[in-house]
Design a protein around this ligand. Structure first.
Ligand SMILES: Cc1cc2nc3c(=O)[nH]c(=O)nc-3n(C[C@H](O)[C@H](O)[C@H](O)COP(=O)(O)OP(=O)(O)OC[C@H]3O[C@@H](n4cnc5c(N)ncnc54)[C@H](O)[C@@H]3O)c2cc1C
Length: 455
């Protein structure tokens, strides 16, 4: 049997999981990356945003120490330390990805890849062009922030997310445009770090696609922190005059601050990928259509991660990479296997309190008329939440009233991003509420609220 040649373009979670797994299953793999091993969106957005949020969380915890019976301590930002911390996390993660790839014998090529045909990739490096023949090609080039023409991004005071880890100085007054997951995380991040923040919310609720009860808890926390909400307002223009930034909204309101940050979604990286050469085209949204095996209309070409237009999460990108490797290497042939069920992917918003959910949402069931049972337990009755001096939020479990199967859930509160894993496992393994209820969890723990919600 001849060894398969696999070429992967992009070294983010999607690409490096495809590469390491294909190599582990016996392929001869080349991975092409033009920027950072580990992924630009992953290592220059996802991870630093969570690192800044952790720093902000430590600051807001310090401000609440009196609730723990301790004297308050004054904290201040050490911008240089913060920058070093973020750089060190990025380089440690990049090294770990490099180590994983090298341990599986993947050849890493630093350069820009493009398709030259259905079975060939051309890589432009500092030394010139190199041709890589391939039995299978994985496109995993990720996405970048969407920048409309009315937003003159300068990386100094008019920013996209990647410019803000951390900015030279913590903004005195930040205007965040966009109230989806990324926007609210930035509001939380900078309000924790001491900035005054104004949030432009195009609808009447932040997080328009999330559980309204969860969004309401977050909105209240923002208001308690003095965050200004411009609801029902769309930004239409941003301009900078010296040290002042102005955001003009569709309803005539104008927000003025020291910095503006745009968080209005992302665009797939398809430019220059040579789709034509392989007989591929991007769809109307710029993504490349794939089947349930993440294979394009050209059988030798697969797409993973943000470029697939499925669910833009690092966890999903990694699983897509793994599934593609299994498919290329024939591991699915004649064997039972599961396709990715995107409806069962857990996700979290790293605000304070955290918001996490998985599976069927209450509002979604209501909209489709599906009969469900919803149980909700507040953390205010949970011993560990009181011990932590943080009883905000709740656990909600959605189940099938006839069979008891867990269909979904949402959690608002401290460590919600960790706690949701129990519900995610229940949804993915088709467990019933009774299975959660009969599990013996630790006392005292926040997880106990899950048992109560399952009763
Ligand atoms: C602000 C922010 C916060 C986020 N937070 C979270 C979170 O908390 N949890 C979560 O799960 N997800 C989060 N995400 C989403 C997550 O970062 C992405 O879904 C994930 O990184 C997608 O992985 P990827 O491999 O598709 O893309 P990337 O991580 O961007 O990797 C793609 C790689 O391809 C390379 N590339 C592109 N074109 C070429 C080419 N032609 N040749 C060679 N290399 C190329 C790029 O340099 C890049 O390194 C966040 C995103 C943002 C913007």
């Amino acid at each position: 049997m001849t060894t398969k040649n696999v070429v992967v373009i992009g070294g983010g979670p999607a690409g490096h999981h495809a590469a390491t797994n294909a190599a582990r299953f016996g392929a001869n793999v080349t991975l092409v990356e033009r920027d950072v091993l580990g992924g630009t969106a992953h290592l220059r957005d996802c991870v630093p945003s969570k690192s800044m949020i952790a720093t902000g969380g430590a600051m807001s915890f310090a401000r609440r120490l009196d609730g723990m019976g301790l004297a308050r301590v004054e904290t201040g930002i050490e911008a240089a330390h913060l920058r070093d911390r973020i750089a060190s996390i990025e380089s440690r993660l990049e090294e770990s990805v490099r180590g994983l790839l090298e341990s599986q014998g993947v050849s890493i090529v630093r350069g820009t890849g493009r398709l030259a045909g259905p079975n060939e990739v051309v890589v432009t490096t500092e030394d010139g062009e190199h041709r890589c023949p391939a039995d299978a090609i994985v496109l995993a080039t990720g996405s970048r922030p969407r920048i409309p023409d009315w937003a003159p991004i300068d990386g100094e005071r008019v920013l996209v997310t990647r410019d803000a880890y951390p900015p030279e100085d913590i903004p005195e007054h930040l205007i965040v445009v966009g109230s989806g997951v990324t926007g609210v995380e930035f509001v939380h991040m900078f309000s924790s770090l001491g900035s005054k923040v104004t949030l432009i919310v195009s609808r009447q609720q932040v997080l328009p696609h999330k559980d309204p009860e969860a969004a309401a808890v977050l909105e209240q926390t923002f208001l308690d922190r003095g965050v200004e909400l411009y609801k029902g307002a769309r930004a239409t223009a941003i301009s900078r005059r010296g040290d002042e930034v102005e955001v003009v909204c569709s309803d005539g309101r104008v927000a003025r601050g020291s910095h503006a940050l745009l968080a209005i979604g992302s665009l797939p990286n398809v430019e220059g990928l040579g789709l034509d050469a392989a007989g591929l085209t991007a769809n109307d949204w710029g993504f490349i259509d794939v089947d349930h095996n993440l294979r394009t209309s050209v059988p030798s070409v697969y797409v993973a991660g943000d470029l697939s237009g499925k669910l833009p999460l690092s966890s999903v990108a990694a699983m897509q990479g793994q599934k593609i490797a299994e498919h290329i290497m024939g591991l699915h042939d004649g064997r039972p296997h599961r396709h990715i069920d995107y409806d069962k992917a857990a996700s979290a918003i790293f605000t304070e309190p955290e918001i996490a959910d998985v599976g069927l949402a209450e509002a979604e069931a209501f909209a489709t008329g599906r009969k469900i049972r919803v149980t909700k337990v507040p953390f205010s009755a949970n011993a560990q939440a009181l011990i932590n001096d943080d009883p905000r939020g709740f656990v909600k479990i959605v189940s099938d009233p006839n069979t008891g199967h867990v269909l979904g859930g949402s959690i608002v509160g401290r460590h919600a991003a960790e706690l949701i894993s129990v519900v995610a496992l229940a949804v993915s393994a088709s467990l019933r509420v009774q299975d959660i209820q009969e599990a013996l969890f630790v006392y005292p723990s926040l997880s106990e609220a899950l048992i109560e919600a399952a009763e």
